[in-house]
Design a protein around this ligand. Sequence first.
Ligand SMILES: Nc1ncnc2c1ncn2[C@@H]1O[C@H](COP(=O)(O)OP(=O)(O)OP(=O)(O)O)[C@@H](O)[C@H]1O
Ligand SMILES: [Mg+2]
Length: 243
Amino acid sequence: MHNIMVLNAKGGCGKTTISTTLACYFAGQGYKTALMDYDPQNSSHHWLEMRQPTQPEIRSIDAARSRTGITRTWQLHTGVETEVVIMDTPAGVTGGQLVDLFNKADTILIPVMPNVIDLNAVEGFIVELMRFAKNRLHGKRIAMVINRVRFKTASYQKIEELAERMGIPLIGSLRDTQNYAIAMESGLGICEMKQSICAKDKKQWQPIINWLHEAIPGKESVNSSAYSEMNGWQPEAKSIAIS
Ligand SMILES: Nc1ncnc2c1ncn2[C@@H]1O[C@H](COP(=O)(O)OP(=O)(O)OP(=O)(O)O)[C@@H](O)[C@H]1O
Ligand SMILES: [Mg+2]
């Protein structure tokens, strides 16, 4: 099982958008997928509730509040067959909570928007994260994604510089588009929307997907369902490590 956590203390940078998109992608590729929502706002969970039974199944796990009558371990149990867990996290994560979340992840994706406010916030967040992560990476992978890009502004370049300085790969940039709002409002992911509308976005996801597949073996049995016809978004075979 591989745990992908989407993490940044800054609010509104795209954590839920990226989490739901990834959950759709992996479920659509035939992975047993769970979406674990650590945010008390429960945005990922609400999005999941809008999905139709005909869409690839994504298991919902509410990690934000403790349920009475069951242990925390059982509450967070994803099921033995789960292959990929996407973890959506809340804004404002710091200190002990950050350490706790860090320990649960195999891969951490940090979305950041290219504006001066988010740039300043993410720098502090990454410094805190890397201070803790030092000597504790144990094979964990951390990467940044620039989200809601309109133009390559000075902030965009500063994010590139920050990533280089911190030694964190910058694996993709996603444009600012209504498509993500439409997807969020309809229980869909970009990969499930019409190619004519989302071709650009699917292309932008490709390097992110390829990077993730360096640690998550590809499925041989993809592309057999009607879902794949809508999908048209496959990882590049050459970058998938099939074990
Ligand atoms: N690439 C994008 N283009 C356009 N809109 C986007 C994009 N990414 C996210 N959004 C929109 O930005 C808003 C915030 O995104 P999202 O909820 O994913 O952020 P978040 O980091 O999860 O926020 P929070 O910290 O409150 O949980 C949403 O309305 C979402 O639809
Ligand atoms: Mg969110």
